[in-house]
Design a protein. Structure first.
Length: 267
C-alpha cells in the first residue's frame, strides 16, 4: 500500500518536473508596440515544440524572451512570468549568465566564429574554465558526434569553420551549443538558409537530440513542423491561437484561424 502511495507521489512529481518552461500571462512591448499578448505555454522536456505563424506574429520575439536575449533591445518591457525549471527568469536575482549556460541557441544563419572547428567547440567550455587539453579534446569529439558531423570534420579540426558548407556550419553551431551541455536548445529557423539535403540532416539530428534535450524551434516551414515536432503552437498577431499535439494541429485544429493558416489560406 505504502509502495503504491510512494509510486503515485513520485509519478506526480515527475509530471511537474518534466515541464521545462512555463510561460504565464507573458506580455512584451517594443516601445508602444505590443508584440506578445498574454502568452500561456507549457514546454515539456525531451519534446520538440514548434512555433509557427505568419511573418511578424512574434515567434522570434518569444524564443528570444526564453533566454532573455530580447532584453538587448533597449525599448523592451515585459510583464508576466516565465518559469524555467520552476524559477521566474525575470526575478531580479536571476542571473542571465546562469540561464544562458542552460539554454543554448541556434540562429537562422549559421554563425560560427572565425576560428578553427576545434576552437569553435572548445570556446564555451574554455570560458567556463576548462583548460585541460585531454578534457577539451573529449568535449570537442563528443559534441561533434552529438551534432552528427564528427566523421566529416575529424581530420581537419584545425581548419577554419568558414571553410565548411552552410549545412556543415550549422551543425558546427549545434555542436558548439552542445559543448556547454545545455538543458534546452532554442532554434530560430535553423534550416531556412540551408539546401534540402542539409535541411534533412539537421531535421534528423533534431529528432535524435530530443532524447537528451528539450528543443523549441521557430519555423516557417509547416511541413517541417509536422515532420519533426511533438507539440505545435500557432502564433498570430502576438497571441497563441492554439497549442496542441502536432498531429492535432495539422489534422483537426480547433480554431478556424489555425485551419486557415495550415491550409495555406493566409501567411
Ligand atoms: N527590435 C525591435 N524593435 C521594434 N519592434 C520589433 C523589434 N523586433 C521585432 N519587432 C516587431 O515585433 C513584431 C514581432 O516580430 P518577430 O520578429 O518576433 O516576428 P516573427 O514572427 O519572428 O517574424 P518573422 O517570421 O518574419 O521572422 C513585429 O511587428 C516586429 O516588427
Amino acid at each position: 500500500m505504502m509502495e503504491k502511495v510512494l509510486e503515485k507521489a513520485s509519478s506526480m512529481n515527475n509530471q511537474s518536473s518534466n515541464i521545462v518552461y512555463n510561460t504565464q500571462q507573458l506580455n512584451l512591448w517594443y516601445g508602444n508596440h505590443h508584440a506578445l499578448k498574454n502568452i500561456d505555454l507549457e514546454i515539456k522536456e525531451n519534446e520538440v515544440t514548434a512555433i509557427i505563424g505568419p511573418s511578424g506574429c512574434g515567434k522570434s520575439t518569444y524564443i528570444k524572451t526564453l533566454n532573455r536575449m530580447v532584453e538587448l533591445v533597449p525599448t523592451v518591457k515585459t510583464s508576466g512570468k516565465i518559469l524555467y525549471r520552476e524559477r521566474n527568469i525575470f526575478d531580479a536575482d536571476y542571473g542571465v549568465e546562469e540561464l544562458r549556460t542552460k539554454v543554448g541557441m541556434v540562429f537562422q544563419k549559421p554563425n560560427p566564429f572565425p576560428k578553427s572547428i576545434y576552437d569553435n567547440i572548445a570556446y564555451g567550455p574554455r570560458i567556463h574554465g576548462i583548460k585541460n587539453k585531454k578534457i577539451l579534446d573529449e568535449i570537442v569529439e563528443k559534441s561533434l558526434r552529438g551534432a552528427a558531423i564528427w566523421d566529416e570534420v575529424k581530420d581537419r579540426l584545425n581548419t577554419n569553420a568558414y571553410s565548411l558548407s552552410g549545412g556543415q556550419q550549422q551543425r558546427i553551431c549545434i555542436a558548439r551549443c552542445l559543448a556547454i551541455e545545455p538543458d534546452v536548445i532554442l532554434m530560430d529557423e535553423p534550416t531556412s538558409a540551408l539546401d534540402p539535403i542539409s535541411t534533412l540532416k539537421v531535421e534528423e539530428l533534431i529528432q535524435e537530440l530530443k532524447e537528451d534535450y528539450s528543443i523549441i524551434i521557430v519555423t516557417h516551414n509547416m511541413q517541417q513542423a509536422a515532420r519533426i515536432s511533438d507539440k505545435t503552437a500557432f502564433f498570430l498577431n502576438g497571441e497563441v491561437v492554439e497549442f496542441d499535439n502536432t498531429d492535432v494541429i495539422f489534422s483537426t485544429p480547433e480554431d478556424k484561424r489555425t485551419e486557415d493558416y495550415i491550409s495555406g489560406r493566409f501567411g
